[in-house]
Write a protein that binds this ligand. Structure first.
Ligand code: NAD
Length: 476
């Protein structure tokens, strides 16, 4: 691996994401040679930390994430801290000076990677200051930005303009960490390197798809943020739309980032807009209730007692073009559900004439907690008449499981080598916000009507079972 020389400037250097994900990811990239000698990391946040204190924090973060900390002292010595209020112009000037000094010291060729890892309400302010205070480097300048990118199409458009004042679209790396997950990255090879999959991956053979992203935790300490988001914005607009797109996109002309994005855009442009009746019937929202041990959503910290924010959504989406044009894609996601699991089920049409008791073939991609693909087939019951369901399982060998990189390691590595394949581009974002905005507007008009309570640790309100087109379909 050739070393990439750069200075990272992390906004939100004392935050939870930086501690749990970014520093361990950078350390792994260091061990793999993506960054080596010619790099520096400036962490910024409001607290008045010294460089040494920050280096200790980074070392702690590495120690918490791995047993193999060889080289961590040398690694952490490249980290510097700048106490920084994102609204204070003077602080950007100081940040620029420190960046210049470190560029000189580490010979980073004026390359800068900015990472926005703090409350999204500051993204626009930071972008504007980066532009106005001229803190771009002389080499390449890239921006990695966390979710959420805006709160609706309008605010996303404003943010995008603020960002584009300094960064070209191809230098903006919008993180959707699901796109960094192994199983999501396995979807294209599965679909397009296997002739048998390619042959059956179409509306003639696939009856429907189910995407479930279930969490067991409640909102924890993030009630304030969640009140401004809800499950639709927090999970569907980004992760679920990206997964659905990768499942439904037409075969790209080749595997370049450009062609993959073209193909994704083609299906996203064709999202079928639900009418008012469909909005009411096909999208079900819920909010978790409490029990003796757990709080109801409305009793959580920083949550309004009469909040109508949804913590669960189930819905049906359809694309108008591509191999799955017209195939219903059922989606659901929520907090305080029965399991923590991210899974895609692809349900094939039952076309057998001879066997009444044949089950539908189902191809399952489990994204979390394991990385497995499995296929339900029908076989003969041993020594008896009739059929028995059998599951073929594709999983990684034990010794490979530990090699699966964390999504953040992979994505920051991609940004270092300027590969934007697994990031969300502006056109994709625009299409998904347009769709989400319609649902949000419909719900805003309905108020709490249609917001169903569900008990903690179940799979959402029972109304989520009523969105299927076929009376025999149910959630898997
Ligand atoms: P956090 O609240 O833990 O950290 C926020 C950081 O911003 C802190 O370093 C804080 O000091 C700094 N900050 C706040 N106000 C500031 C100001 N006025 N000036 C300068 N610094 C200021 O947040 P987090 O959980 O690390 O999340 C950061 C981003 O990452 C968010 O966009 C979030 O949506 C995204 N994200 C987080 C996670 C996660 O697991 N934590 C997962 C996915 C996405």
């Amino acid at each position: 691996q050739t070393e990439i020389s750069t200075t990272f400037i992390i906004f939100g250097g004392s935050g939870d994401l930086a501690h749990r994900k970014l520093y361990p990811a950078l350390f792994n990239l260091y061990k793999r040679g993506f960054i080596k000698e010619h790099f520096a990391v400036i962490g910024t946040a409001r607290r008045p930390w010294s460089h040494e204190y920050f280096q200790n924090i980074v070392t702690e973060a590495i120690e918490e994430s791995t047993n193999d900390t060889t080289g961590v002292t040398e690694f952490a010595s490249h980290f510097y801290y700048q106490s920084h209020d994102v609204t204070d112009t003077e602080h950007y000037k100081a940040l620029n000076q420190l960046s210049d000094q470190l560029e000189e010291k580490y010979q980073t060729h004026g390359n800068r990677i900015f990472y926005m890892a703090m409350s999204p309400r500051f993204f626009g302010t930071i972008a504007t200051h980066i532009h106005d205070e001229h803190i771009l480097g002389r080499g390449f300048n890239r921006l990695i930005i966390e979710k959420p990118f805006g709160n609706n199409l309008e605010s996303a458009t404003v943010l995008n303009k603020q960002i584009n004042a300094s960064f070209d679209e191809e230098d903006v790396y919008r993180i959707d960490h699901y796109l960094g997950k192994e199983m999501i990255q396995d979807i294209l090879p599965l679909r397009f390197s296997n002739p048998i999959m390619k042959a059956i991956w179409n509306a003639d053979n696939i009856a429907s798809i189910q995407i479930t992203l279930a969490e067991q935790l409640g909102v924890e300490a993030r009630g304030g943020y969640y009140e401004t988001a809800g499950a639709l914005r927090d999970m569907v607009q980004n992760h679920i739309f990206q997964i659905a797109t990768v499942l439904a996109m037409p075969e790209p002309k080749n595997l370049t980032a450009h062609e993959i994005h073209e193909s994704k855009q083609a299906v996203l442009n064709s999202l079928v807009e639900p009418d008012a009746a469909e909005l009411a019937h096909d999208f079900v929202r819920g909010q978790y209730a409490g029990d003796e041990d757990t709080l109801a959503y409305v009793a959580e910290n920083q949550v309004s007692p009469d909040s109508s924010t949804e913590t669960f959504i189930a819905g049906k989406i359809k694309f108008g073009v591509g191999p799955l044009a017209g195939v219903p894609i059922y989606i659901r996601t929520g907090k305080r559900m029965a399991v923590k699991q991210s899974v895609v089920n692809i349900i094939f049409k039952n076309t057998t004439n001879l066997y009444d008791d044949a089950s539908q073939n189902v191809l399952t991609l489990e994204i979390d907690p394991t990385n497995t693909i499995s296929l339900v087939l029908n076989g003969k019951r041993v020594a008896h008449a009739g059929l028995k369901e059998q599951r073929l399982i594709y999983e990684y060998e034990e010794h490979i499981k530990d090699d699966v990189p964390d999504a953040y390691e992979r994505l920051i590595g991609d940004a270092l080598v300027a590969d934007c394949t697994n990031f969300t581009n502006w056109h994709e974002l625009k299409s998904s916000w347009q769709y989400i905005d319609r649902i949000e507007q419909f719900w805003a008009q309905a108020g709490k009507k249609g917001l169903h309570q569900y008990p903690p640790f179940c799979m959402g309100p029972k109304e989520a079972n009523q969105i299927f087109e076929s009376a025999t379909d149910k959630w898997i």
